[in-house]
Design a protein around this ligand. Structure first.
Ligand SMILES: Nc1ncnc2c1ncn2[C@@H]1O[C@H](COP(=O)(O)OP(=O)(O)O)[C@@H](O)[C@H]1O
Ligand SMILES: [Mg+2]
Length: 440
C-alpha cells in the first residue's frame, strides 16, 4: 500500500508526522480522524484529548509530550480565551511544531489573537478535507517541506445482501471481489461484516490472524500501517478484512464505529465489497447507509422473494426514500432457464428490474469450496462467466471476450419463459411499511 505520509525532518528523518487533536466536539474529532487518515495525507492521529480545555491536566499533557505530535489541532470554539492561553503554553513548551486552531467562525479579532498566540492556521467548522489539506500544505510550505497531495476519489462501497440464508451472498462477494480486481487492477477489499458466522476466509482458503473487529476496536489509533497488519492478502490480489474466527464480543461494533471504519476504508480502496449478514444490526444498517450500491441477492423461490419484499421498506427508510433504482440492484442467483418462478414475476413482485443473474452451477461452486479457491480462478464455469459479466457491468470495463450478449441472451430467454408479462404479482404477503418495521 502506497502511503504519501509526510516525513518530519526536524527529528528522525524517517519518522512520519503524527497529529493530536484537542477538542470536546466529537463531530470535529471524527471528521479529522477520517481526513488525516486519507491516503493523500496519511498522518496518524496519535492523541485525541476529548476533555474540555479547563479540565486538561498532567496525564493529558504527559501523553502529548510523549507523542510529540508534528501538528496539534486545537478547538477554540467552546472557550477561545482559555484556548488561546493553552495555545501559548503548547508553543512555549515546544509540545508541537505546528498549531492549527478551529472554531465555528473566525472573527478578525480571534484570528489576530490566535496568530499572536502561535496558531499557524485556522479551520472553520465543519472542517472539510480541502481545508485541512490546504492548511497543512501552507504550514509545510513555510517549513520548506513538501506534501504530495494527489487527489483521490473515495472508493465504491458495494454491499451484498441476501435476504435469506443460503442466497449465495458470501459466494458472490468472494468471487466478485476477485473479478473486480482482475478487470480493473485496482485496489479491492473484501470486507466480511457477517461478524458471527463470516465465511469469506474459508472461501479464500486463508486463516487470518486478525479481523475487522480488531480494526474497529483499535480504530482510534489506526493508520495505514496498522490497517495493513489486519489485512489478509489473497493470491488473487484482493485484500480481505475477515470476520472473527469465533464470534467475538461486539462491544466495539457500534453503528457509528462501522461508519467511520467504512469512510476510512473508502480512502484506501477503489472497491470495497461487503458481505452483509442477514440481520439488520447496527453494523449492517451503517453499511447500508454508506453503500454506493446495494446488491440484493435473491433466489427464485417464495421464501427468498418474500424476505426481500419485507426488507425493502427498511432499506428505503435508511436511505431517505431516494429513488430505489439509484443504488439498489437486484441479482438473481441460482438462475436456470426453466425456473418455476420466472424473472418477469420476480421483477413485478419486487417492482425492480433484474440487474444480473448468476447461474446455478453446483459442481463449480462445490469444487471451489472444497479447495478454498474462488470459482473464478478457473474462469470456464457458468458461474465464473456470470460473475465476470456482472463485474464488467459494475465497472464499465468490458471483459476480454465480451459476454454481454450472453447476458442479453439470457434475458431474452427470461422473457419468453413462464408467465405472461401481464400476470399478477406473486403472493408473497407483501406487507405495508409499518408492518415490516414492526416485524424486525
Ligand atoms: N450459483 C450457485 N450455484 C450453485 N450453488 C451455489 C450458488 N451460489 C451459492 N451456492 C451455494 O449455496 C450455499 C449458500 O451460499 P452462501 O454464499 O454461503 O450463501 P449466504 O452467504 O447468502 O448464506 C453454498 O453451499 C454455496 O456453495
Ligand atoms: Mg454467508
Amino acid at each position: 500500500m502506497k502511503q504519501i505520509g509526510i516525513q518530519d525532518e526536524s527529528s528522525d528523518s524517517r519518522a512520519p508526522v503524527t497529529a493530536a487533536v484537542i477538542s470536546a466536539d466529537p463531530a470535529f474529532r471524527d471528521a479529522l480522524t477520517t481526513i488525516l487518515a486519507s491516503r493523500e495525507i496519511g498522518i496518524r492521529l496519535a492523541v485525541e484529548i476529548d476533555s474540555p480545555l479547563t479540565e486538561i491536566a498532567d496525564p493529558e499533557l504527559d501523553e502529548l509530550r510523549r507523542a510529540n505530535p508534528g501538528i496539534v489541532f486545537l478547538d477554540l470554539e467552546e472557550n477561545p480565551h482559555v484556548g488561546l492561553k493553552f495555545a501559548e503554553f503548547l508553543v512555549e513548551s515546544s509540545i508541537s511544531s505546528a498549531l492549527i486552531g478551529a472554531g465555528a467562525s473566525a472573527s478578525p479579532e480571534l484570528l489576530l489573537s490566535a496568530m499572536q498566540a502561535g496558531v499557524s492556521e485556522f479551520l472553520t467548522k465543519p472542517v472539510t478535507h480541502e481545508a485541512v489539506v490546504s492548511a497543512i500544505e501552507r504550514i509545510w510550505r513555510k517549513k520548506g517541506k513538501k506534501l504530495d497531495l494527489t487527489r483521490r476519489t473515495p472508493g465504491q462501497l458495494l454491499v451484498v445482501f441476501g435476504a435469506k440464508g443460503g442466497s449465495g451472498s458470501t459466494t458472490m462477494c468472494a468471487n466478485l471481489a476477485v473479478e473486480l480486481h482482475r478487470l480493473t487492477r485496482k485496489k479491492v477489499l473484501l470486507l466480511d461484516l457477517d461478524l458471527e458466522l463470516g465465511e469469506t476466509a474459508l472461501l479464500y482458503g486463508v486463516e487470518p490472524q486478525f479481523s475487522v473487529v480488531d480494526l474497529m476496536r483499535n480504530f482510534h489509533r489506526v493508520d495505514t500501517g496498522l490497517l495493513a497488519s489486519y489485512i489478509e492478502r489473497h493470491e488473487s490480489g484482493v485484500e480481505l478484512l475477515s470476520a472473527p474466527f469465533e464470534p467475538a464480543d461486539f462491544e466495539a461494533v457500534s453503528g457509528d464505529r462501522v461508519r467511520r471504519v467504512l469512510e476510512f476504508l473508502k480512502q484506501h480502496y477503489d472497491y470495497i465489497v461487503v458481505d452483509a449478514p442477514k440481520t439488520f444490526n447496527p453494523a449492517t444498517t451503517a453499511a447500508f447507509r454508506e453503500a454506493d450500491e446495494i446488491y440484493l441477492l435473491v433466489t427464485a423461490d417464495l421464501p427468498s422473494i418474500r424476505n426481500l419484499t419485507r426488507s425493502l421498506p427498511l432499506l428505503r427508510n435508511l436511505r431517505g426514500r431516494k429513488a430505489l433504482e439509484d443504488w439498489l440492484r437486484l441479482v438473481v442467483n441460482r438462475f436456470e432457464p426453466d425456473l418455476e418462478i420466472p424473472i418477469s414475476d420476480i421483477e413485478r413482485t419486487l417492482s425492480m428490474k433484474v440487474y444480473g443473474t448468476l447461474r446455478n452451477d453446483y459442481s463449480a461452486v462445490m469444487t471451489s469450496i472444497n479447495h478454498g479457491r474462488p470459482v473464478v480462478t478457473d474462469g470456464k464455469s457458468a458461474y465464473a462467466k456470470d460473475i465476470r459479466s456482472l463485474a464488467a457491468q459494475i465497472t464499465g470495463v468490458p471483459v476480454e471476450k465480451p459476454s454481454k450478449s450472453f447476458i442479453k441472451g439470457l434475458f431474452g430467454s427470461f422473457r419468453s419463459n413462464g408467465r405472461s408479462p401481464g400476470a399478477a404479482p406473486l403472493d408473497v404477503g407483501a406487507p405495508t411499511e409499518s408492518r415490516v418495521i414492526a416485524d424486525e
